[in-house]
Write a protein that binds this ligand. Structure first.
Ligand code: NAP
Ligand code: F7E
Length: 358
């Protein structure tokens, strides 16, 4: 039987790349989407297939993690072979403003899927989108043995979902795995995460429609990788004969300041002329330094990411400039080409370029 994947969070950054990767590898893909008053499918519109057409392999279903019955009945109806639990309130600072909601979606939402899977007796492998945020202030480099010291409601919810995944594996024998992913970014990254906030602002500054960008803590260090590389690891984890908990990251880390150097420096600009600090972007508790020690993933699933923050910055600047109809330097595009990322497309860019010009 061919693989049938069910993805929660398919409209997000990772879900969209994962769907694209799985479709290009012959999977049938089902995604859970939320009912919103505006379209929320921009990241997957280029993958849309009319379900009435024969041969369609992408299907979208309305649901919400806060409505566990809808998820449970979908699992029973679809009988997937693989479940990817990616949906989440994923913004760390927002989680301080919405701690209970974040716990319900990011923590309990995962438990609801696990329980639905157990009750349905559908024989599917389960992947949980865990996060390096669970390590909090534990010293870098962080690996599978590092203690969890969560520093936000988001991180605490991710600790809960991590242990629920382990618990369902140990208690009920589910093939349930955790991918403990360090930060990964892309042109599809949400606009309020720091990398994309910077690259979008830079493109608008070049266009002349923005003069400043307001940021918070510039000293924090993150291990930033390129999202399409991380979704391939999710699939490898599902294919691993035994369920596993693996740390995934590049093993390099840079400060927000250094990311500003990479992006503004790429265009020959000095970021200090454009950046201002605004306390509203500071967090009640910060995670200072995350760097992955992903040796176990290299051994277990042969995952070895190629793109590091300096190249990632160029990829994102190129894309955000092109989206505004500007001519980018193109070094980022060349990096992608030379690393063979031929299964993904960034089609929405042309449309936003036209909008921006016209
Ligand atoms: P993202 O872009 O924020 O996407 C989140 C997805 O979850 C969206 O599809 C969103 O739907 C959906 N969602 C949110 N609340 C929901 C609800 N109540 N019911 C159903 N769906 C809901 O996140 P991402 O960057 O792709 O990350 C994917 C997963 O990995 C998340 O669990 C995140 O916490 C985790 N993670 C991310 C990183 C990273 O660096 N990107 C690192 C470690 C772990 P809408 O489109 O309708 O909002
Ligand atoms: O912040 C600092 C901020 O919001 C990175 C999520 O995908 O990765 C992500 O969480 C750093 C922090 O990502 C601004 O204080 C400064 O130190 O881009 P971020 P994050 O908090 O690391 C983990 C692995 C996840 O699991 C999460 O889902 O940048 N920073 N100034 C700022 N951050 C933001 N957002 N905005 C600023 O203006």
């Amino acid at each position: 039987m061919s693989e049938r994947a069910f993805i929660t969070g398919i409209t997000g950054q990772d879900g969209s790349y994962l769907a694209e990767y799985l479709l290009s590898h012959g999977y049938e893909v089902h995604g859970l989407i939320r009912k919103a008053s505006t379209f929320n499918t921009a990241r997957i519109d280029h993958l849309y297939q009319d379900p009435h057409e024969s041969g369609a392999r992408l299907f979208l279903h309305y649901g919400d993690l806060t409505d566990s019955t809808s998820v449970a009945s979908l699992l029973r109806q679809l009988e997937p072979t693989q479940v990817y639990s990616l949906a989440s309130q994923s913004h760390v600072r927002v989680s301080f403003e919405m701690p209970v909601y974040t716990g319900i979606v990011t923590g309990i939402g995962t438990a609801a899927i696990l329980e639905a899977l157990r009750r349905s007796e559908v024989d599917a492998r389960f992947y949980n989108a865990s996060s390096s945020e669970i390590f909090g202030q534990s010293k870098p480099p962080q690996n599978e043995e590092t203690p969890f010291r969560p520093r936000s409601p988001y991180a605490a919810a991710k600790v809960y979902s991590y242990w629920m995944t382990v618990n369902y594996r140990e208690a009920y024998g589910l093939h349930a795995s955790n991918g403990v992913l360090f930060n990964h970014e892309s042109p599809r990254r949400g606009e309020t995460f720091v990398t994309r906030k910077i690259t979008r602002a830079l493109a608008k500054i070049r266009l002349g429609t923005q003069t400043k960008v307001f940021l918070g803590n510039l000293k924090a260090k993150r291990d930033w990788g390129y999202a399409p590389e991380y979704v391939t690891a999710m699939v490898k984890i599902q294919e691993h004969p035994e369920p596993v908990d693996l740390v995934l990251g590049t093993g390099t880390s840079y400060s927000v300041e250094e990311f500003l150097d990479f992006t503004f420096g790429y265009l020959g600009m000095e970021w200090r002329e454009y950046v201002e600090i605004d306390a509203r972007y500071m967090r009640p508790a910060e995670v200072d330094h995350l760097t992955a020690d992903a040796r176990r993933a290299r051994e277990a699933i042969g995952w070895d990411p190629k793109i590091r923050a300096p190249e990632l910055a160029k990829v994102m600047v190129d894309n955000d400039m092109a989206a505004l109809g500007l001519e980018p330097p193109g070094e980022g595009f060349s990096v992608l080409q030379s690393n063979g990322f031929d299964w993904f497309k960034e089609p929405s860019l042309k449309l936003s370029g036209r909008e921006a010009k016209g």
